[in-house]
Every structure is written in C-alpha cells, then in structure tokens.
Design a protein around this ligand. Structure first.
Ligand SMILES: Nc1ncnc2c1ncn2[C@@H]1O[C@H](COP(=O)(O)OP(=O)(O)O)[C@@H](O)[C@H]1O
Ligand SMILES: [Mg+2]
Length: 228
C-alpha cells in the first residue's frame, strides 16, 4: 500500500496567480493548498471569475503559478523548462473543454490521431484511435468532421482525444456547459465512466449540480480561494 503522500497526483501549496499589473492586476488565485490523489473524481465549483479555469490550467501544466508550488505527477512545475512542461502536459494530462476545441478541417478520427504521441506504428495508432472512438460510441461517425457532428458527439470525440495517450489525469473545464440537459447527462456519465476509471484521476469544473453529485469530492472556490 502506497503512502498517502505518494498518492498525490496534483499537489498545490500556497499557490497564487496574478494576471496583469498595476490597474489591470487580477489576483485570480490567492493562496490555494490542494492535494488530489490518484484515482479521485473531483468536482470544482464556483461562480464565474472565481478562478476555476486558472486552477485547472495550473493543474494541467498549461501555466505556472505566480508564487507557491504546483507538482503534477510528482514533478515540480516551477523547476521545469518550457519544453519539459509541454512533454509532461502531453504525456500525463488529457483536457476536455466546454467548446470542444476540435480542429474543424479534420475528421473525428484525425482529431484523435493528431493528439497521439509516442506511437510510431501507423496501424497500431489507427487501431487505438478506432478503439477509443468505439468506446465513446462513435464507431459509425469516425470520418465525420466536427460540423457534421452534434455537440454531444463532438464532446465524445474530445473525450477520445483526451484519452489517446492514456493520461494519468483528465481535466475537464465545464464539459457539459454547451450541451442540453440530456446530452450533458450522457457525456457526464461517459466521462466519469471511461475517464475516471481505474487509477485515472478526473477533475471537472462545473456549474452543474448533477456533476457534483457523482464526484467523490467537491471543491468550492470563491474569489481565488478554496472554501471550507
Ligand atoms: N489571461 C488572463 N489575463 C487576465 N486576466 C485573466 C486571465 N485569465 C483569467 N483572468 C481573470 O482571472 C479571474 C479568474 O478567471 P478564471 O480562472 O477564468 O475564472 P473561472 O473559470 O472561475 O470563471 C477572472 O477575474 C478573470 O477575468
Ligand atoms: Mg472558467
């Protein structure tokens, strides 16, 4: 049995994030201490502008803190070069966004394949992409472009893309925010099912009360601080 400390997959200590300066200064995070353990399903809730996306970007090594330390998968982001941050982000983290962020000129298959790293064998890579698209229920939509897919289908492609490198961590920023209620429910159960299974950690930002209900832990953020 591993110790509690070594189970931490995201660890933030005294984290602040300041955007801009002078009159344009925004204190987006004002001292966040947070440990997320391997395999947890965590929901982050809070009003618009409270710092949720900033927190997720730090957790995913998209950005670095102004002060304090962030460790992702045991690596201290502050001690890493930009290139290593990019590598860490690609290998360890999968992102899902509210706006799906698919490349419009590529098919579903190509969107997922384009995100794949480390698999040089084209046939093996293609099989992996097909398996994933099957897993998210899109076996018969693989060669459609985003504009030919519904919102829910686009988000399924994005989930497959997030999974393609078998990341330890899935980070989802309001993944159901652009979907109707029923589709949102389906996408949510897909995320918690495939993305949050096994040892994988899932962190979701949401306004949606239903997501909070399926999460093992709910973290409320207000004005750049974690409440409670
Ligand atoms: N790149 C940026 N430059 C300047 N201000 C930003 C930037 N990103 C976010 N902010 C500001 O930081 C605060 C927190 O933003 P954000 O983390 O996006 O909140 P949330 O996701 O909870 O809506 C907001 O006041 C927002 O306007
Ligand atoms: Mg946000």
């Amino acid at each position: 049995m591993a110790s509690a400390a070594s189970d931490a997959v995201i660890e933030m200590v005294g984290v602040t994030k300041v955007y801009g300066s002078g009159r344009g200064r925004v204190d987006a995070l004002r001292g966040v201490d947070l440990t997320i353990r391997r395999g947890e399903v965590v929901a982050i809730i809070g009003q618009s502008g409270s710092g949720k996306t900033t927190l997720l970007q730090l957790a995913g090594a998209i950005d670095v803190p102004t002060s304090g330390t962030v460790a992702v998968a045991g690596r201290d982001l502050g001690a890493m070069r930009e290139r290593d941050l990019t590598d860490l982000r690609r290998a360890v983290v999968g992102f899902v966004f509210q706006q799906f962020n698919l490349i419009p000129t590529l098919t579903a298959f190509q969107n997922v394949e384009a995100a794949a790293i480390g698999q040089r064998d084209a046939a093996m890579r293609a099989r992996r992409v097909e398996d994933l698209l099957g897993e998210v229920g899109l076996a018969d939509r693989m060669h459609h472009r985003p504009a030919e897919l519904s919102g829910g289908e686009q988000q399924r492609v994005a989930i497959a893309r997030a999974l393609v490198n078998d990341p330890e961590i899935i980070l989802a920023d309001e993944p159901t925010g652009n979907l109707d209620t029923e589709t949102g429910r389906e996408v949510l159960s897909l995320l918690t099912g495939v993305a949050g299974s096994g040892n994988r950690t899932l962190v979701l930002i949401t306004h949606d009360d239903r997501i909070s209900a399926v999460a093992e832990r709910v973290i409320a953020i207000r004005d750049g601080r974690i409440e409670g």
